[in-house]
Design a protein around this ligand. Structure first.
Ligand code: MRU
Length: 350
């Protein structure tokens, strides 16, 4: 299985996603500040992977705290969690993972410091292992929704690289292919950061899953030509009513799909569902640097000084979404009810 990140005694290791697909380089983050930088600069990216990375970064920082009493530990731990929380605002998995590490800290805070440190490392490793299991279960839940044969369009990268392994949207595709379905993936290149071109195409080709790369503005034409039977994407945050934030451009794809009568599926772990946010208007959208738009591969492609907008995510209203696939089951409209119900159930494991 393709690996994205791992915990070692010398630090947290990441495959550098800014260098793929031309270079496969692993970087070692030996300090928690380096892990925060890796998240901010998108060496590691994708909502679930950001959560796992943050948990490992927190465990690393806590392990290296040079403290003699619990109140010093608590101060240092708080500082580490704060820094992690300032890396990227949209993927709720980041805050979910930080909360989970904080809860674990509170549970074990009465123990001797070396045992607290070990408990936090164990918790980060649990989050890592659970993410892979969650993706497999999501794959099993979503595979029946994929066409027996035909084209499936995806946007951005919701694959192994965006998680601890296997992927969410690409996990569903992998499970469908493993079940014998003849799926051909259409990968939007995903301007401006090109996660589709650089990452989705790369990881699917590694798995010998048929994939055709298209630029984002070709999606409508592919649909009109009957080449797309379903759309499946991941999510960074799903509001209680089903409105879903995902990579910029997802909203346009969903509208195109509606026009062509093509179902849109979201695949995401339940940790991406934010029941405290009633609808998409409350989801914070990250704005990234203008140079991501004005430059391509380090080369300037727009006039110096041009005004630029670069929202990294958009919100697809729930009415465009056929179903939300999670490890706890598949939610359909009305999502306010179905998501809340899933919130009360436990995941069935495959
Ligand atoms: O900016 P990114 O690359 O972190 O954005 C990633 C996405 O939008 C993914 O589709 C989403 O996080 C789901 S990943 C399983």
């Amino acid at each position: 299985m393709l690996e994205t990140l791992k915990w070692t005694d010398s630090g947290v290791l990441f495959i550098d996603q800014t260098k793929l697909p031309t270079e496969e380089i692993w970087v070692t983050c030996s300090k928690y500040e380096d892990v925060a930088d890796a998240i901010r600069t998108m060496i590691v990216r994708g909502a679930p992977a950001i959560g796992v990375a943050a948990a490992m970064g927190i465990a690393l920082g806590a392990r290296d705290l040079d403290v003699t009493c619990i109140s010093e530990f608590r101060n240092g731990f708080g500082q580490i969690c704060r820094l992690m929380g300032e890396t990227r605002p949209t993927a709720v998995n980041l805050f979910w993972a930080i909360r989970r590490m904080q809860r674990r800290f509170e549970e074990v805070s009465g123990r001797p410091i070396p045992l607290i440190k070990q408990a936090l490392i164990d918790e980060a490793l649990n989050i890592y292992a659970e993410d892979i299991a969650t993706n497999r279960t999501m794959g099993a839940n979503g595979a029946p929704l994929m066409p027996e044969a035909g084209g499936v369009l995806t946007h951005c990268n919701a694959g192994a690289l965006a998680t601890a392994g296997y992927g969410t949207a690409l996990g569903v595709i992998r499970a469908a292919v493993e079940a014998g379905k003849k799926i051909h993936v259409y990968a939007d290149e995903t301007r401006p950061f090109l996660q589709g071109a650089r990452l989705t195409a790369w990881e699917l080709m590694k798995d010998n899953i048929p994939v055709t790369l298209i630029s984002d503005n070709m999606a409508g034409a592919m649909m009109a030509q009957g080449k797309i039977q379903a759309v499946i994407v991941g999510a960074d945050r799903i509001a209680a009513n089903g409105d879903t934030a995902n990579k910029i451009g997802t909203y346009s794809v969903a509208i195109l799909a509606r026009e062509h009568g093509i179902p849109v599926y979201i695949a995401a772990p339940f940790s991406t569902v934010d029941l405290d946010t009633p609808d998409g208007s409350g989801i914070p959208i990250e704005q990234r640097a203008a140079t991501e738009v004005t430059h391509l591969g380090g080369k300037q492609i727009a006039p110096t000084g041009v005004l630029v907008e670069n929202p990294s995510f958009d919100v697809t209203p729930a009415r465009y979404i056929r179903a939300i696939i999670t490890e706890r089951g598949v939610a359909t409209a009305p999502f306010n009810e179905s998501l809340r119900k899933l919130g009360q159930t436990k995941a069935a494991t495959v």
